[in-house]
Design a protein around this ligand. Structure first.
Ligand code: PMP
Length: 427
């Protein structure tokens, strides 16, 4: 399939991070927390579409809602009741969400959040954290350390972004409040908003130190800069959102996505009514947020089913399994004296080929990539699927047996690929 795909897709790929040498995997079907690959092999799914499949595959209520949505026809270019119902659910549930807009992806949610912040404040600069990933678009695909920028310096994370766009973004270090404020303070009068994750997801599942995130939030409040929380990935770790639930923080704007669509493309942007009013078409000056598939009826129906199914208990169980996986991984690293550790935030985590967990994107990037891919392969050979950069997640269908199997596989895999010649002699 890979060879066939090479003829039609650049590098056989349509989502950069799923490429892995010698060839990417192809899925045939999935059920619960299991996936069958194209060659018929079944594996325990801890990839879960990079944590987005929080209810596993083919969750009965979500599947029924999707079928109902499809049977109703559409989309119509008209609003549908499920869009209202999902927005109502979100208002009741997520801290700080007074009004909602729907998009088709997390990327679009952050894009519209940046526009809203600018339109509301009349200021144009945006600040984001080093290693913060907010989607695949020019306004935010900026500022990682991979191309060797010095702290505070913004660089495009990918070729193809205009330097004028990069110049409008400030980048501050994550988990270093003094360092961050040193970047932010001189910009205070020009900043529309600060865009930040509760944990650096793509950069290595690196949780924010609570005092760091609280410090950023306090600074935003005193300077009249909007706090835009990117909870596209993290919201599934806390009933009212990760920041509200675990840190008591309420944002001005919050971006959601991933798990919200129950497997369908979705994104959402919510927040303070006076800020969200920039999208109100009854106003004379309105932020244009168009989209043929905004508020897609099938995704809206799925979203309602997702929020109904993801109650506090379900979230706590997923989070607890995430904690057990991360602690188990650290235990294996410690006992066997291997460069293996893990970080997690609730049910979303990552294995690190290192003795100490990184607390910044720079530290995560400094880790060698090769052994991590070896670890991914060695886990796969033992029936455990994680991402090629060794991110993992749990879902409501993940069983305790699967958690045990993961750790047993990890123990073997780590011994196989992470043992240096010296440690091999000892063990
Ligand atoms: N923000 C965060 C924190 C994310 O993890 C992601 C996706 N990995 C996005 C935004 C972008 O979402 P999408 O892939 O749906 O565009």
């Amino acid at each position: 399939m890979y060879e066939r795909a090479l003829a039609s897709l650049p590098g056989a790929n349509t989502r950069t991070q799923v490429h892995v040498a010698p060839f990417p995997l192809y899925a045939e079907r999935g059920n619960g927390a299991r996936v069958q690959l194209l060659d018929g092999v079944e594996v325990d799914d801890f990839l879960l579409n990079y944590s987005a499949s929080a209810l596993g595959h083919r969750h009965p209520e979500v599947t029924a809602a999707i079928h109902r949505g499809i049977d109703a026809g559409g989309p119509f270019g008209l609003s549908v009741p499920d869009e209202v119902q999902l927005a109502e659910h979100m208002r009741r549930r997520f801290a700080g969400v007074e009004l909602v807009r729907f998009t088709n992806s997390g990327s679009e949610a952050t894009l519209q959040a940046v526009r809203a912040a600018r339109a509301f404040s009349g200021r144009s600069r945006i600040a984001k954290a080093e290693g913060g990933y907010h989607g695949s678009h020019d306004l935010v695909d900026i500022g990682i350390t991979r191309f060797g920028a010095s702290p505070g310096e913004a660089v495009a994370e990918t070729p193809g972004i205009a330097s004028e766009v990069v110049a409008g973004v400030s980048v501050f270090p994550y988990n270093d409040l003094d360092g961050a404020l040193a970047v932010l303070e001189p910009q205070a009068q020009r900043l529309a908003g600060v865009l930040i994750e509760v944990f650096l997801n793509s950069a290595g599942v690196i949780p924010a130190r609570p005092e760091f995130l609280r410090g950023i939030a306090d600074w935003c409040k005193t300077r009249g800069v909007l706090l835009i929380l990117d909870e596209v990935a993290s919201w599934r770790t806390g009933y009212r959102g990760a920041a509200a639930e675990h840190l008591g923080l309420t944002p001005d704007l919050i971006c959601l996505g991933k798990a919200l669509g129950g497997g369908l493309p979705i994104g959402a942007l919510g927040g303070r009514a006076e800020v969200m009013a920039v999208f109100d078409p009854r106003e004379r000056i309105v932020v244009r947020h168009a989209g043929t598939f905004n508020g897609h009826p099938v995704a809206m129906a799925a979203g309602v089913a997702v929020l109904e199914a993801l109650g506090r208990e379900a979230i706590e169980r997923m989070n607890d399994q995430g904690r057990r996986l991360a602690e188990g991984a650290r235990g294996i690293g410690g006992e066997r004296e291997l460069p293996l550790t893990a970080t997690h935030f609730g049910g979303i985590g990552r294995l690190h080929v290192a003795h100490e967990p990184p607390d910044s994107a720079r530290a995560a990037i400094a880790q060698p990539r090769g052994p991590r891919i070896d670890l991914y392969r060695a886990l796969l050979e033992r029936g455990v699927l994680v991402s090629p950069d060794c991110r993992f997640a749990t879902c409501t269908a993940t069983t305790d047996e699967q958690v045990e199997r993961f750790l047993a596989a990890l123990e073997e895999a780590a011994a196989e690929v992470l043992c240096t010649p010296q440690t091999r002699e000892v063990t």
